[in-house]
Structure formats: C-alpha cells, structure tokens
Design a binder for this molecule. Structure first.
Ligand code: HEM
Ligand SMILES: N/C(=N/c1cccc(CO[C@@H]2CCNC2)c1)c1cccs1
Length: 363
C-alpha cells in the first residue's frame, strides 16, 4: 500500500478515530483492510458518518490559528455528500444558515459536501463567507461597502446580479456543481440575522449607522480528513468582537471608521499622542459587545475567548495531547499582552485532519 500516499493518511486518521473513541483494535484493523481494498480498486475510500463527524471535530481541534477550540467536541456536522444538483446544494446552504443562526443562539456547524474526485471537484463555493457585504468601486476610485468584496461583487454583477449599492448589501451565493457554469442565487432576507451597532453611552455614534451580520460562515477552505479532501465544507462559529470592531470596521483597507468614531467622541485626531485611534477601537469593541448582547446574538469578547483557550490547553494536557497553535493569529488584535497567550509560545506544527486554504474560484 505504500505506493498509495492516501493510505498512510487514512491509516493514521482511522487509528486515531478508533483509539480516541475507545473502539476495538481488531475492528480498526478490519476497517483498514476494507480501506486498503477500496484504495486499490478506486484510488480512494469513503468515510462512514461517524468517521466524518469525528474527522471534522479533529480538524477544528487542529486549527492552529483558532482561539475558539475549547468547544471542538460540540461541533454540529451535516453530512451532505449526497447533494449533487444546484437545487440540493442551495437547500443545504440555506439549511446551514438557518440551523447555525438559531435565532441568534449560534450553533457551531459544518456542512460537508461530496469530496474531490480524481478529475474534478463535484461541488465548489465561490464565496469567502456565506454571508458577506458587497464592495462597489466608484468612478472616483472610492469604494462603497467592504473593499475585500470588490472582486466577488464584480464577478456577481458580470453574472447578472444587481446590488442596491448600499455599504451593507448581502452578496448572493455562487456555487459550481460538476462542470456546470457558476450558479448564483440570493439568500432570502429571512435567513439573515444582522445587528445594528449602537453605543450604550453615545447617541452621536449611532448616526454612523453601522451594522454587521451575526454569523461568520467560512466557505472557501478545504477540509482534509485521512487523505480525503472536501473542497466545499462551510463552517461557522460565532464572532470574537475584535474581528468586527478592530479589523472589519477599523482597517483602512476595510470600513476605515476610526476617525469618524473618534469624532463622534469629540477626540483630538490631530496628534497620535492623544491615543484617539486606541480609544476609537475600544469604543467600537464596547458598541459591538453591547449591540450583539441586546440583539440576542452570540459573541465572545477577547478576554473571555483567551480564558476559554487556556481551559482548552489545560483539558488537552489532561488528555495527554500536545496543543499546537499559531501565536501570531491566536493573540487578539486588542490588548494582546493582557492575555496569557501573548506570554507563551506555541508549536505551529500542522496536524491532519485540518482546514486548508485552496485555490480561489475567482482567479
Ligand atoms: C465557536 C466560536 C469560534 C470562535 C470565537 C472562533 C474564533 C476564531 C478567530 C478570532 C479566528 C481568527 C480569524 C481572523 O483573525 O481572521 C479563528 C480562526 C480559525 N477558526 Fe475559529 N472560532 C470559532 C469556531 C470555529 C469553528 C467551528 C471552526 C471549524 C469547524 C473554526 C476554524 C477556524 C480556522 C480553520 C481558522 C483559521 C482561518 C484561516 O487560517 O484563515 N473556528 N477562529
Ligand atoms: N469567528 C470566526 N472567525 C474567523 C474564522 C476563520 C477565518 C476568518 C476570516 O479569515 C479571514 C482571512 C484572514 N482574516 C480574515 C474568521 C469564525 C468563522 C467561522 C467559524 S469561527
């Protein structure tokens, strides 16, 4: 079997699955014989539902850049390897959004579509996230909406989509099944939970009319389990507030709102030394936490998230497993040194199963 690289990855995953679930050694070896036969005959093998469920949980547990891994074992997994038509994939994606949103009490969920075949990918999703705002480049070069979405927005417009042109237009979903042309469809409004971002102490801030969607659902990464690749495997958790407040609203290459926020607080933005940028970021964090809580939408602040990650480290140690991590991503972008993460080092070895970047469908 050594001539099949997939077998080594399969054997390593299957042995981990059987041992961590306290299943019989003999059954494990029988399963491996079955897999070896399938690989010899078809060049690949098919995961059982239980293997798929556990493999997805392991992929989350192995995600070095993720601070939210304490809850790895409570991941909800939808096995949609049966969905092969545009209609079936569309329904599965809308079902994912509805189930994960759960009225705001967000459930961490991954939907797994058919794996890569030798010659092609049965299902691919063009979107970076299932729910994301459009970005429109204006004549004068300015951008309305999310600058990160300009390419996707232009792609959708080329396919006949028309946005309303506001800074917060939800992009349509674009999927490809088999060798078909890209298939585009809007997400009905009733599926989208959005939060109006207001500040608890400053009405002037509210006039900035900021909003954000509740559920981040990454749809452009590939899930790899035991040598089998799932290029369409959208997964969601809930947000950590800094992602919205300190990056999506704050970055100059995103919504670039620090100066308008500072002005709403009457801060002196002429001198760095007044710390106006730092104060603006903190007021955005405060507003995001306040607004998500008021809207009944799950969210975690960066201090609580770091504490949960510390608990994850302790639990893994108690189970006799080494935690791997990417320090540069694990530290939050606000007050990083106020978390334990900043003051320790992490082994950034990449274990499998895991989620990986893959070639974008756009270029
Ligand atoms: C439950 C709440 C969760 C929270 C609060 C959370 C938080 C985060 C944060 C803040 C990042 C860094 C993102 C960035 O800086 O752009 C991240 C990265 C990541 N998370 Fe989590 N996460 C959660 C659940 C999940 C789930 C359910 C999965 C998969 C099943 C997951 C997989 C990942 C992966 C693969 C990355 C790295 C993405 C990349 O390399 O671009 N996370 N997470
Ligand atoms: N809170 C989250 N945050 C993210 C997790 C993974 C990736 C991203 C977005 O990554 C982009 C690429 C680099 N930064 C932005 C955000 C989650 C999304 C899906 C499950 S949890």
């Amino acid at each position: 079997m050594t001539e099949h690289p997939i077998y080594q990855k399969a054997a390593s995953f299957i042995r981990q699955f059987y041992s961590e679930n306290h299943l019989s050694e003999a059954d494990c070896e029988d399963r491996l014989l079955e897999i070896a036969k399938s690989i010899r005959e078809h060049g690949t093998y098919e995961h059982t539902s239980d293997e798929l469920l556990y493999g997805a949980k392991l992929a989350w547990r192995n995600s070095n850049r993720c601070i939210g891994r304490l809850f790895w074992n409570s991941l909800n997994v939808f096995d949609r390897r049966d969905a092969v038509t545009e209609e079936e994939v569309k329904e599965a994606l809308l079902e994912h959004i509805e189930y994960a949103t759960n009225g705001g009490k967000i459930r961490s969920t991954v939907t797994i579509f058919k794996p890569s075949q030798k010659t092609h990918d049965p299902v691919r999703i063009y979107n970076h996230q299932l729910i994301r705002y459009a970005g429109y480049k204006q004549e004068d070069g300015s951008i309305t909406g999310d600058p990160h979405s300009v390419d996707m927005t232009e792609f959708c417009i080329a396919l006949g989509w028309q946005g309303r042109g506001t800074p917060f237009d939800i992009l349509p979903l674009v999927i490809q099944v088999g060798q078909n042309d890209p298939y585009l469809f809007d997400i009905p409004d009733r599926y989208i939970k959005e939060v109006q971002i207001t500040h608890p102490d400053n009405q002037l801030f509210n006039e900035l009319d900021l909003r954000w969607y509740a559920v981040p659902i990454i749809s452009e990464m590939k899930l790899e389990i035991g040598g089998v690749e799932y290029p369409a495997s959208p997964f969601n958790g809930w947000y950590m507030e800094t992602e919205i407040a300190a990056r999506n609203f704050a970055d100059e290459s995103r919504y670039n709102m620090l100066r308008p926020v500072a002005e709403a607080f009457n801060l002196n933005t002429q001198l760095h030394s007044t710390m106006w940028k730092d104060r603006a970021v903190l007021e955005l964090c405060t507003a995001v936490m306040h607004s998500f809580k008021q809207a009944g939408a799950s969210i975690v602040d960066h201090h609580s998230a770091s504490q949960q990650f510390e608990l994850f480290e302790q639990k893994e140690k108690a189970e006799g497993r080494e935690v791997t991590g990417d320090w540069t991503w694990l530290i939050p972008p606000v007050s990083p040194a106020s978390t334990h993460i900043f003051h320790q080092q992490y082994d950034n070895t990449w274990k499998s199963p895991n989620f990986f970047y893959q070639k974008s469908m756009l270029n």
